[in-house]
Design a protein. Structure first.
Lengths: 226, 117
């Protein structure tokens, strides 16, 4: 295990924990279970797509740096959260802003593993790799800030069942879509999958709002104070 | 390295190295995308050639590989353990070293640095 990746993962968990403290009605254990299941599911799918059999190479499951399929990880994490939290849509709604905090933490974890930078940029806040003269977009910091803003926004939405979950999925996909063009990748990022996630999130949110009756009332983020 | 006339990514691997199995498909994808502008070279260390050939065939690693039984190359460049990845500019100067499994972001960034952003 490379410790830089471990620190990044712990930063993500820190985000989840902080979110679960700020937003009521969410069990940190449920979110932790969903995160671990999502990571495992995403890793299995990534191995299969790389032609690696997880059954004959079980130890490779631990090598998350070898790649984790984002889409599979998201689906497995959402399913796990739904199952372990009592199969109630309201629990997914409550979890949405907390998950945004966790994702913000994961992206901020780039600071530990030296993986914040994207395409070249001349903007005043662009950074350079140590020893490099090429300044670059701190794309993972952009994503982290986007997820923090999304967490605040989702927590402020009215409590129509499914609205916060849908909005959370749509915003997560939108943030990844918006940052993907300035993120460096091999073979291009999963843009179609993000677009599908955006579409599903918007559809769920619209249906939830159109049904009209506010139900779940998770506490919004505190404005200020102790 | 300077004789290549272009930047190079040198990956140190072995057939017995589990993390190298996860890294191989990524290197293949990078070679497919950047192979016309960047040279990709594999250094197989502390291995036997039969296993190495099987590994290369299994992953279809379509890049030149060199057999280095005694780890002369990684030792020369201070690479501890396997795998490791070295980045050379077009003049053959070592400009980056990644120890351990390299992920997509780190490999893409290293290549982008070689190509001048």
């Amino acid at each position: 295990m490379e410790f830089t990746l471990l620190w990044a993962a712990l930063t993500g968990l820190g985000g989840l924990w902080l979110g679960s403290r700020l937003v009521e009605e969410v069990a940190f254990d449920d979110l932790l279970s969903a995160s671990i299941a999502g990571l495992a599911g995403g890793r299995v799918v990534e191995m299969l797509s790389q032609g690696l059999n997880p059954l004959t190479n079980p130890m490779d499951l631990l090598i998350v740096r070898g790649g984790v399929d984002t889409t599979a990880a998201t689906v497995v994490a959402l399913l796990t959260l739904y199952l372990v939290s009592g199969r109630a849509i309201s629990r997914l709604d409550a979890a949405a802003p907390v998950a945004m905090f966790g994702l913000a933490g994961w992206h901020l974890g780039c600071l530990w593993r030296g993986a914040c930078l994207g395409t070249a940029s001349n903007l005043p806040w662009a950074w350079s790799e140590p020893g490099s003269v090429i300044s670059r977009h701190p794309v993972e910091i952009y994503a982290a800030l986007g997820f923090l803003a999304a967490a605040w926004l989702v927590s402020r939405l009215p409590g129509h069942p499914g609205a916060r979950a849908g909005a959370g999925l749509a915003l997560a996909a939108a943030i990844r879509l918006a940052t993907e063009p300035i993120r460096l990748s091999i073979g291009g990022g999963p843009v179609p999958e993000y677009m599908i996630g955006l579409g599903i999130g918007i559809a769920v949110g619209v249906i939830a709002f159109s049904r009209g009756r506010p139900g779940h009332t998770a506490a919004p983020l505190p404005r200020s104070g102790p | 390295m300077a004789d290549l006339g272009r930047p190079a990514v040198v990956n140190i691997w072995a057939s017995w190295c589990h993390p190298c199995r996860s890294e191989a498909p990524l290197l293949n994808a990078a070679h497919d995308q950047f192979g016309d502008r960047v040279a990709f070279i594999g250094i197989d260390v502390q291995d036997n050639q039969a296993d190495a050939k099987e590994f290369i065939a299994e992953f279809g690693l379509d890049i030149p590989h060199y057999f280095d039984r005694n780890r002369a190359v990684p030792n020369h460049y201070g690479v501890i353990g396997t795998p490791g990845t070295l980045f050379f500019d077009e003049e053959g100067v070592l400009v980056g070293t990644h120890l351990g499994v390299i992920d997509e972001r780190a490999l893409a960034l290293g290549i982008d640095e070689l190509l001048g952003g």
